[in-house]
Ligand binder design. Structure first.
Ligand code: CO
Length: 535
């Protein structure tokens, strides 16, 4: 494992892949144990004494039942890991989310539900046709909201867990905010104080020929002065848009909730007939551009910050539709309103096409060269032209406003995913990004390294787990007494192919030097998202 400082050098040589496919594929397995409060020590280095809180991670922990493997790891059951840090010590706990599907399938010893990403029940198309039940597998993200821990899966309601024991309380409707079965995104954004106390901003999509997006803002902490409890819904709005919405993530600024609607079509027939999973029925529409849906945030008129256009009585204002660049986006890095130019800036990871795994492909055999690589791109939307043309072409939220000026710039060409900025800069201009990147500078490979990118100077710094280590999403944790944006740590789960086990690596966020490596007594498949809850 090594740190290198790399200056911007587009066109540098790609080199040969620096990993062994067997090492990469060895992470696909079942987690066989649930551990309770196991005290661990650092195998190398020392755990920083100021690191105090809990790292929660979610991801598929069960990929096989009765000899049948899931078609795609995203169909694996959600398993939560909690690493509690304090006074230089660390304690580990892990537990599967007791979803209805998990309980039924544990009992049956086989799959009794179809997976959204193509896993079918035994018995072929006949057994799967017209079974349109969704298995809420709670495997995508895990966040603290007040005294609750929420395991998230975007197509249905969250599961509430005990934040200390990880015991599953069950599906929660968040005190009646949600209807039974209502979609609730797995990508909340934590507004660090754009409008006063911290908020969790999130959304749900009801997709169809016309799609409705519900944007919800929850108080993240108790606000006794205003009689607001932690977890209480403080604002919401609904907007309908023409077309089938595929929205995995979004971004926020003080004045806007920013959605990128990819140019995709949904043909449900193979799903209904039992031939494909629902997500496999999505296809990109070549030659068609996506759209940004800019939804004014409620209460935004009182916000601090720049922008100008689109401000004022924001709660009553209508969404603005703007043409997006070509490409497919799952995740955004951040968005902000540029105080100098008055532009709305959105940084996202773009793929040339929708990366899907066909019904006859084994994901463990994927040829990385044949699937598109992610690149980090910045879009600047001129809010002054939005204001000038806001009334034109906005009939029933259908057409993008072609007169709005959008400029695009590639920030990082190296294959990347899972980017984040310092959480205190969420929705605000941020200097630094931390993200997972491929081992090589060019070409599509598994994610094996962590990059710190200076978004102003373009300077890069890389820590690599290659050749035998493979990274999941990094979580940046600010130092509690930070005096600069990059003071803190980056917590990285690593699949260690050499010992067929999982490590947690703690990096110094400023220079990506290794603070500590903790070898976990667990072997966990590649995870999805995680979050930090300070103590
Ligand atoms: Co995601």
């Amino acid at each position: 494992m090594s740190v290198t400082s790399v200056s911007p050098a587009p066109g540098s040589t790609a080199g040969a892949p620096g990993y062994d496919r067997a090492d990469w594929a060895s992470a696909f397995r079942n987690v066989g144990v649930e551990l309770e409060a196991v005290e661990l020590t650092a195998t190398r280095g020392a755990i920083p004494a100021e690191l105090a809180g809990t790292l929660y991670r979610n991801g598929p922990g069960r990929l096989e039942r009765g000899g049948q493997w899931v078609h795609h790891p995203f169909d694996g059951d959600g398993m939560i890991m909690a690493l509690g840090f304090g006074a230089g010590a660390v304690s580990l706990r892990n537990r599967f989310v007791r979803t209805e599907g998990w309980l039924a399938e544990e009992k049956a010893g086989k799959y009794v539900y179809r997976g959204v990403f193509g896993t079918q029940k035994p018995g072929g198309a006949v057994a799967n046709a017209f079974d349109l039940r969704l298995k809420n597998i709670a495997n995508t993200h895990v966040v603290r909201l007040g005294d609750q821990l929420l395991a998230l899966w975007e197509a249905a309601e969250p599961h509430a867990l005990d934040p200390h024991t990880l015991e599953t309380h069950g599906i929660t409707l968040l005190d009646g905010v949600l209807k039974k079965g209502e979609a609730f995104s797995a990508h909340p954004r934590f507004d660090p104080g754009h409008h006063g106390p911290e908020r969790m901003v999130t959304f749900g999509v009801k997709a169809g020929p016309t799609s409705t997006v519900r944007v919800m803002e929850f108080a993240a902490a108790e606000d006794a002065a205003r009689g607001v409890r932690a977890g209480q819904l403080v604002a919401e709005q609904r907007h309908s848009f023409k077309g089938f919405a595929f929205l995995h993530d979004f971004a926020i600024t003080p004045n806007w909730a920013v959605f990128l609607q990819n140019a995709v079509a949904f043909n449900p027939l193979p799903f209904v007939l039992g031939q494909k999973g629902a997500a496999q029925c999505l296809a990109s529409k070549p030659g068609e551009a996506g759209q940004f849906w800019l939804v004014p945030r409620p209460g935004a008129g009182a916000a601090a910050g720049a922008g100008g256009a689109g401000r004022g009585s924001a709660a009553a204002a209508k969404p603005v539709l703007v043409e997006a660049p070509e490409g497919f986006v799952f995740h955004h890095l951040n968005a902000f309103e540029d105080p100098q130019s008055g532009e709305l800036v959105i940084d996202s990871i773009y793929y040339d096409d929708f990366p899907s795994i066909g019904p006859d492909t084994d994901y463990r055999e994927i040829d990385f060269e044949t699937i598109p690589a992610g690149r980090l791109q910045r879009c600047r939307i001129d809010l002054a032209t939005v204001a000038a043309h806001q009334k034109a072409n906005q009939k029933a939220n259908q057409q993008a406003n072609e007169k709005v000026k959008v400029t695009v710039e590639v920030l990082e060409e190296r294959c990347c995913e899972f980017g984040m900025v310092n959480p205190n800069q969420q929705g605000l201009p941020a200097r630094y990004a931390w993200m997972a990147v491929a081992g090589r500078e060019r070409g599509n490979d598994p994610l094996q390294a962590i990059e710190k990118l200076d978004l102003v100077s373009g300077e890069r710094r890389v820590w690599s787990a290659a050749p035998r280590g493979f990274v999941s999403e990094p979580v940046m944790v600010p130092h509690p007494a930070a005096s600069s944006e990059d003071q803190g740590w980056v917590l990285v789960p690593v699949w260690n192919g050499a010992r067929c086990g999982s490590d947690l690596v703690i990096l110094d966020a400023a220079d990506l030097s290794e603070c500590a490596v903790i070898e976990l007594p667990l072997a966990i498949p590649y995870g999805l998202h995680g979050s930090w809850a300070a103590s």
